[in-house]
Ligand binder design. Structure first.
Ligand SMILES: [Zn+2]
Length: 136
């Protein structure tokens, strides 16, 4: 764990998301009125209902986009460049921007369409973030 790595700061909307991650579960919000899955909203993005509840996600998805980072935009990542970050489209639909890792810590080459599964990375701050690994 890199102690200098910046950490998300859970707020009133996202704290349940981060609490679940700390317990090894990826959750997303589901609208009780229309069922639309989403992340981090106060109101449903489709029907504006406030009846959003956090439900477990499958943790499976595919790589939708790849960003190759050659510059460290924060000193904590200086020794990591170049590396790839990915936008993962979850089976349920919503997309997450995350790091791609290999089980065991080896580097892995990101490819659009690659099947991936969620893993959990605990930061020095105590916050756990989702990362993705190639699906078994
Ligand atoms: Zn809705």
């Amino acid at each position: 764990v890199n102690p200098d790595r910046p950490s998300p700061e859970p707020d009133a909307v996202s704290s349940a998301f981060f609490t679940a991650l700390g317990e090894g579960r990826l959750c997303l919000q589901s609208c009780a009125e229309c069922g639309t899955p989403q992340f981090g909203q106060l109101f449903c993005v489709r029907c504006s209902s406030r009846s959003l509840r956090w439900v477990p996600a499958s943790g499976r998805g595919t790589v939708y986009a790849v960003t190759r980072l050659h510059l460290a935009y924060h000193p904590a990542f200086a020794e990591s460049v170049p590396y790839s970050a990915v936008t993962v489209e979850l089976e349920e639909g919503p997309r997450l921007y995350a790091n791609l890792v290999a089980d065991g810590g080896a580097a892995v080459e990101a490819e659009i369409g690659m099947a991936v599964e969620v893993r959990f990375s605990a930061l020095a701050s105590g916050v756990t973030i989702p990362v993705f690994a190639p699906a078994a």
